[in-house]
Write a protein that binds this ligand. Structure first.
Ligand code: SF4
Length: 271
């Protein structure tokens, strides 16, 4: 089965109405009540139903992406989401859902928010010992278990979520963390330096893995370590920038930014 996720409820409703009109079978994966602030319903269907939907010229809807449908191992909480007096997070739209580049059995999400988290980054950096803070982004990267989270002022990238419910669960945790730290910021000493980098292995997982040598290193792992140490520039992996691995570019640049390295290879002063 495949699962379609949507950036807005209206897009979900369009597809659901069409499926009903055509009397096609589907399953709704609903984030309510516990994850209602970070997710909107997704629709799972068999490949045949997906094809029939497509062949019916049903292409006037916006979908965040299609992924293989895996049932969630966790339950949607039955309590209402936590309320914060001042919500700096705002509303969420999941813009991209795709198979994860670093692990095809997991999914990758990109969400946009209406709020702005940048003010809270130095406080999260002070409290979260494993976080990688890049003041020049500004952005903050950290691992939540095996998931890699990157927070930008108005955007969140999650790599290696188990499936859509795990993605909502992770987004809800981020929403609560950001608003909680913001509420307590007067009692936290902000930290403006990068004290940790994302693991070199995560960088390696986003390289083509062909060991072609075009970067001047014998293997992708050697290149990952050289880049991680600040002795190489991201664009040296030509297959990503000029070759057939261009699809890896966004996730690769995301983790490079977490290291404090931009596409042209400059390290910010905090390095
Ligand atoms: S150029 Fe890229 S794919 Fe080739 S060895 Fe270097 S890192 Fe690996």
């Amino acid at each position: 089965m495949y699962l379609a996720a949507f950036p807005k409820k209206i897009e979900y409703e369009k597809v659901r109405t069409q499926l009903d009109k055509m009397s096609l079978a589907y399953e709704v994966v609903n984030p309510e009540p516990g994850y209602r602030l970070v997710g909107i319903p997704a629709i799972a269907m068999e490949q045949e139903v997906r094809s029939r939907l497509a062949s019916n010229s049903m292409d006037d809807y916006v979908c965040s992406g299609w992924v293989e449908y895996r049932r969630a191992a966790i339950e949607i909480p039955q309590d209402a989401p936590q309320h914060f007096q001042k919500d700096i997070f705002g509303t969420v739209s999941i813009m991209v859902v795709a198979p994860c580049i670093a692990d095809q059995t997991k999914i990758r999400l990109i969400a946009h928010i209406s709020g702005d988290m940048s003010e809270v980054f130095p406080y999260i950096n002070a409290e979260m010992r494993g976080a990688c803070y890049n003041e020049n982004g500004p952005m903050i990267t950290y691992m939540d278990g095996y998931r890699m989270i990157t927070l930008y002022p108005r955007r969140i990238a999650i790599a290696k979520a188990d499936e859509i419910v795990d993605g909502w669960h992770t987004l809800e945790k981020i929403r609560c963390c950001v608003n909680d730290v913001y509420a307590r910021r007067a009692s936290i000493v902000p930290l403006y330096i990068m004290r940790k980098k994302p693991p070199a292995l995560e960088l390696y997982k986003r390289l083509p893995g062909t060991n072609c040598g075009e970067c001047g290193q014998k293997t992708c792992m050697a290149f990952a370590l050289t880049l991680w140490n600040g002795n190489a520039k991201p664009f040296l992996c030509k297959p990503i920038f000029e070759g057939k691995y261009a699809s890896l570019k966004d996730a690769y640049l995301e983790i490079c930014a977490g290291l404090g390295v931009t596409a042209d290879g400059d390290f910010p002063e905090s390095q």
